[in-house]
Design a protein around this ligand. Sequence first.
Ligand code: ATP
Length: 440
Amino acid sequence: MSEKETERVVEKIVSLCKRRGFVFQSSGIYGGINGCWDFGPMGVELRRNIKNDWWYVFVHQRTDVCGLDASILMHPEVWVASGHVEQFHDMLVDCKVCKHRFREDQLEGNRCPDCGGELTGPKAFNSMLKTRLGVSDDSSVDTYLRPETCQSIFVDFKEVYSSSRMKVPFGIAQVGKSFRNEVNTRNFIFRSREFEQMEIEFFCKAADEEYWFEQWRQAIWQWYLDIGLRESKLRWFEHPKEALSHYSKRTLDVEYEFPFGWGELQGLANRGTYDLTQHAAHSGKDLKFFDPDTKESFVPSVIEPSAGVDRTCLAVLCDAYHEEEVEGETRVVLRLHPRLAPIKAGVFPLVKKDGLAEIARTLEQKLRKKFPTFYDQAGAIGRRYRRMDEVGTPFGICIDYQTKEDETVTIRDRDTMQQVRVKMDEVADYVGKRCSSERG
Ligand code: ATP
């Protein structure tokens, strides 16, 4: 794709997101704030569906993973022990002419990408967002908004396994906000300063690291396929040994081909015993796992799948966005997987009169108890379908004159636009089954 085409595709997605309530700029009426986004009525549902499906698959469907919801603010020593205070740096260069600032590792060539000017040498810049806890000057402490959710999993490791009776091998999952003072926040919600992660720290014996790395490699790939991403848009990227983060023995990224190029969706890292060893040393607490069967104590190794909610959201939107010609008009349709769609069914009376609106309202209220629905009686039926197509609603249910005769309705499939007639009391089941997280 040429640069111009790329821009056009991204602009279309950004504009749909704004128009239909998926994503807004944060603090828009004040001119916005860089790297922060608000998720509107459709966006919040899409995100929840992504997070819920992830939790369903990786926590509820497994007996070897349990959940955690830890606080964002932590003791400042955590970030010393984890290596973030020392190592969580980006190397930045400035343009001597236009003064724009860039991450050295994201530059191609040695001139300013904006104006071609000469660049300064690299300077280290810590990406953690500092904050202050407490109100008085002498008792308050400086700490950070967490730059990743996983450190609380390590810190709470012993509390979790002793309270849940989990035994190695097992994992702890967490979904929550993280913050990074990113220098370059381009590409819509791909890189923001406030974002959400879905992380698992999977604890195993050192001898089993490679086995579990492979198990997780397959499981996370499958999840992207199960939420509807096209496999041809996904690939693996292996980090070269010399470029690994300070804690990692091996890292693979799942990448998605966004309109602006390939970008990381999720990292899979073998963190070895690094984190638990560091926290044991800094806190003075024993963070070994005691195996009651073998009476053995050891520091487990960690395999970490770490995914971003926002990037998943963006990949899902890019993958789902389609424009097609229908009866001489352009139809914009989001082909979202039904389990991710914000609204599962639109309910429409063919016309408002002759009691059809009343039947439609009653049906819509009944369906609403099972899943999110939307009632619409305004305008031509074709327009009503199109409005639902734009937000990815997989099913359009129409109540017509035949409904009055035999209690059947039509269900229109968003993607094929084909209609089937279904008994009114079977609609909840028909739609519900196709939108459920249950596989198979
Ligand atoms: P990048 O190289 O793109 O900066 P990273 O390798 O630093 O990412 P990780 O620390 O591995 O990212 O974080 C795990 C996941 O969290 C990423 O795969 C991504 O989905 C998400 N993530 C990280 N930073 C951001 C951000 N600034 N905005 C949105 N999502 C992010």
